[in-house]
Design a protein around this ligand. Structure first.
Ligand code: BT5
Length: 326
């Protein structure tokens, strides 16, 4: 009920009387009052004046489907959004419900208490300063193609940043960087049989409105936020919806017939690694080389120190900078 009333308030510029709300939904004045109070608790500023009714003055900075709806134009990604004020990890929650839910379900939280990176690392996720979400996907593809979904995520984030006027680079395979510092990380997790994917979770974490002093000391040298780089507050709602829009745009052709041409083009044209001296870490193996290109399959082509050229489909990369590899 409260969201029905909210939608009504959002549509109306001026006041709407309690009487017309109760007529519209067939509820009592007391029930309306309860819903209005609950919306106020969520951070909506609602004016109520006797004989005039209710008027929405402002909406809070939250990533609920009611708030991002006006920017979202997807067919299925984000049709169903599970919103949390606080959670351990959106990827963990997505995995818990993935079997029983359909493709395109999104879990988003204003903060994560145990945000996760790859290999059991931590993702710092302070409240309302970033965007932390996971998409449940059920692609009809063999498990071997899964690495490409991380690239689709990276390309979608890069495009969405562009749309709000921010240039970024994709550090193959799962980071987005600005001026050499990480602003977004992607964690792709899969559950599969030998030849069939049960589900894939794409978890995306973005540092949006963190100030310099809100970035923990131990990652300051390698992390940044959109606010720091663009010197302005970013509209999280619009950005979140735009990423979902772009993700779906790139995912549909991939799921239809494996078409990933546009994603690869974006990853290539905005690459932070092509042409750079890199250190590639794969498990316990470390090798030095130069990143030459990203091929049609989304693999990184690397020329190693011994002159051998190989295409790599996963791993972690550090780029050689003035102060060593970062
Ligand atoms: C990643 O791992 O970059 C994947 C991060 C995915 C986070 C999202 S948030 C929504 C969803 N739910 C989750 O629980 N996770 C996903 P990796 O490449 O392993 O990078 C992790 C490393 O980046 C850490 O060890 C830190 O050094 C650094 N780091 C941690 N938090 C950071 C932040 N907020 N910004 C930049 N760097 C960070």
């Amino acid at each position: 009920m409260k969201y029905k009333i909210l939608r009504l308030l959002k549509k109306r510029e001026g006041f709407i009387s309690g009487e017309s709300i109760s007529k519209e939904f067939g509820v009592t004045r007391a029930a309306i009052w309860k819903s209005i109070n609950s919306l106020k608790e969520d951070g909506y500023k609602i004016e109520s004046i006797t004989n005039k009714g209710y008027r929405l003055l402002s909406s809070p900075d939250i990533l609920t489907c009611e708030e991002i709806g006006e920017y979202l134009n997807t067919r299925f990604i984000g049709n169903n959004i599970y919103y949390y004020d606080s959670i351990d990890s959106t990827n963990k929650m997505a995995k818990d419900i993935a079997f029983e839910k359909g493709e395109g379900v999104v879990i988003v939280s204003e903060e994560q208490l145990e945000g996760r990176g790859r290999l059991g690392r931590t993702w710092v996720s302070p409240k309302k300063k970033g965007i932390y979400f996971s998409i449940v996907l059920k692609p009809q593809l063999p498990p071997t193609k899964i690495a490409k979904l991380t690239l689709i995520g990276a390309a979608a984030v890069n495009l969405a940043f562009k749309e709000i006027g921010i240039e970024s680079q994709i550090k193959w395979p799962n980071d987005i960087v600005i001026n050499g510092k990480k602003v977004c990380g992607i964690l792709t997790e899969m559950n599969s049989e030998l030849n069939m994917i049960n589900y894939v979770i794409i978890g995306i974490g973005i540092n949006v409105n963190l100030k310099e002093n809100e970035i923990p000391e131990d990652i300051k040298h390698k992390a940044t936020s959109l606010k720091i780089e663009s010197k302005g507050e970013i509209d999280r709602k619009r950005l979140f919806a735009t990423i979902l829009n772009k993700f779906e745009e790139l995912y549909i052709p991939f799921n239809d017939d494996g078409d990933i041409v546009k994603t690869i083009e974006i990853c290539r044209n905005n690459s932070a690694v092509i042409g750079k001296e890199i250190l590639l870490v794969n498990g316990s193996t470390k090798s030095l080389g130069k990143a030459l290109d990203i091929n049609e399959a989304g693999e990184l082509i690397v020329e190693f120190e011994d002159g051998k050229i190989e295409s790599i489909f996963s791993g972690e990369i550090s780029i050689r900078g003035l102060e060593g590899y970062i």
